[in-house]
Design a protein around this ligand. Structure first.
Ligand code: XMP
Length: 513
């Protein structure tokens, strides 16, 4: 078993970021609810415990508090932001409502350079704060090691008991040396080595899959997206032909998508691939439908029907594999609302009915997205798949507004391929979150050659984002936009106008629907 750091979640929007930073330091991290009993934590044999931030005040009536016994486990503890208040609350300190919220950048002065947290770091550091309550009396046995203008106790330690607290957030990019502070805690104070790498995970995962599956058969729904693709390659490495992948073409895929999946997985990886071309069925059911919610429902249901029939064809299998990721399985703490957890649900359209009787194999369920990408590269998947931009389950249906016809899909596919090709050629494609074309159900007059035309409109959408929750439009260079627009109007018949979407999210969404 890997060495690990346990992270107790008090509802901070940054909890997952802290967990990722720990893993970036090549140490495994596990997120647990704030009230997980100390005895249960001890069973995991963690090398250290981090208390996350959170939106509450320790003195609020229903403030989330941990099991006090965690301080007696003999394991180093680092409290971050609200985590410091927790230390103060249990260990004899005092927290008061601050006069003003301390929010944003601050200059941290390290007063005691012998504190392990700040080892090999400058005495003056930029840090990022976000708290209202403030530590006004240190917990017993602690001393201050760093200050800001607004706080005498920006970083505190009890060296003997190896308990530490920092008011600022080391996990965010606005604390430029935050990674080093966390690394000092993880490696220096907790004594962790660097045992968590995707190479070592690969071997462990292969063994675990073989153990779980035995000689049974496994089915996997392959969408061509990053998660299901990496899951397919990993399972194939572990169990070869015991795996059958089902790939459903819903007629709403982008140009060459079905071909690429068949090429990569069928021909290169030699994975048993069952290709279901359900284009005709999906387009028939969608005929004349313009309401976005109705489109989504129709697509969701048709997918289940096709997939269910396909699994029967594939023969008896005990297991169904899914590319579930760690953020999907972390039990969210609903204190003050965890936006990531709440927004996610409306996008989950691909769920399968309960009566499909399979046991689940979820070989990616302890990985974050960036780790899945690394694992994919480790498994030899091409960059085109591993670094792929997110693509919605309902496919081009959310980018072809109004009713969906084969002709509109032809126009959209071709225009979209040009956008992608040109963004790739300009080395911008992999640097943006999403870059695509949208077909607007608006016809306008144009002139092409000597002819007047009355044709559709294409919108170009390029956005930057960290997680899809918020987004900003990309300032694509004018010359590149000109090239894209010229190519689209010259090469694609059936449209005569190209426009650029300048909306961020909020107030817009990324997809138009
Ligand atoms: P919106 O349009 O809501 O999209 O700003 C946020 C992110 O989610 C993706 N998206 C979906 N993904 N099924 C998915 O798997 C869906 O139905 C769906 N709708 C939107 C979108 O591409 C963006 O990355």
């Amino acid at each position: 078993m890997n060495e690990q750091i346990v992270l107790l979640d008090f509802g901070s929007q940054y909890t997952q970021v802290i967990a990722r930073r720990v893993r970036e330091a090549s140490v495994y991290s596990t997120i647990l609810r704030y009230d997980t009993p100390a005895a249960e934590i001890a069973k995991l044999n963690p090398k250290g415990i981090i208390l996350s931030g959170g939106p509450s005040s320790v003195y609020a009536k229903d403030a989330p508090l941990p099991d006090k016994a965690i301080f007696g486990l003999g394991v180093p503890v680092l409290g971050i932001c609200y985590g410091v208040q927790v230390l103060a609350h249990f260990l004899g300190g005092k927290v008061e409502k601050g006069q003003h919220r301390e929010y944003g950048k601050a200059a941290l002065s390290v007063r005691d350079g012998s504190c392990e947290l700040f080892k090999k770091l400058p005495k003056s550091l930029q840090v990022w704060n976000s708290h209202g309550d403030k530590l006004t009396k240190m917990p017993t046995g602690f001393r201050t090691v760093a200050t800001t203008d607004n706080s005498e106790y920006a970083a505190i330690e009890d060296r003997k008991r190896r308990l530490f607290g920092i008011q600022f957030h080391p996990e965010v990019v606005h604390t430029p040396r935050g990674k080093d502070i966390l690394a000092n805690f993880i490696h220096g104070i907790c004594g962790c080595g660097k045992s968590w790498t995707m190479r070592s995970y690969l071997d462990e995962a292969v063994d675990a899959i073989r153990k779980q599956v035995g000689k049974e058969k496994v089915i996997l729904g392959l969408s061509g997206g990053v998660d299901s693709s990496v899951a397919a390659a990993l399972l194939h490495r572990a169990i070869g032909d015991q795996l059958t992948c089902i790939f459903v073409n819903n007629g709403l895929l982008r140009a060459r998508e079905a071909e690429v999946v068949q090429e990569v997985f069928g021909r290169n990886f030699k994975i048993k691939l069952q290709y279901e071309d359900a284009t005709e069925l999906f387009l028939r059911k969608l005929k004349g439908v313009t309401d976005p919610e109705k489109k989504r429902k129709i697509i969701g249901k048709a997918f289940i029907d096709v997939f269910q029939a396909a699994t029967k064809k594939a023969g008896k299998a005990k297991f169904l594999a899914q590319g579930t990721l760690y953020p999907d399985v972390i039990e969210s703490v609903p204190i003050g609302g965890n936006p990531a957890a709440m927004i996610k649900s409306h996008h989950n359209v691909g769920g399968l009915p309960k009566d499909m009787k399979f046991a689940l194999v979820e070989p990616l369920k302890c990985l974050f997205k960036d780790e899945v990408r690394q694992l994919g590269l480790e498994l030899g998947l091409p960059k085109e798949i591993v670094l792929r931009q997110p693509f919605p389950g309902p496919g081009l249906a959310v980018r072809c507004l109004g009713d969906i016809t084969e002709d509109k899909l032809r126009i959209l596919r071709r225009a979209d391929a040009i956008v992608v090709e040109e963004m790739k050629a300009a080395d911008l494609y992999y640097k943006t979150w999403q870059t695509f074309a949208v077909l607007l159900p608006v016809r306008s007059v144009g002139v092409q050659g000597d002819e007047r035309t009355y044709d559709w409109t294409i919108a170009i959408r390029a956005v930057e984002s960290q997680d899809g929750m918020t987004a900003d439009w990309v300032r694509v260079p004018y010359d590149l936009l000109e090239k894209i627009s010229l190519r689209i109007t010259n090469e694609v018949r059936g449209l005569n106008r190209v426009v650029l979407d300048l909306t961020s999210k909020p107030p817009g969404t990324i997809e138009w629907e």
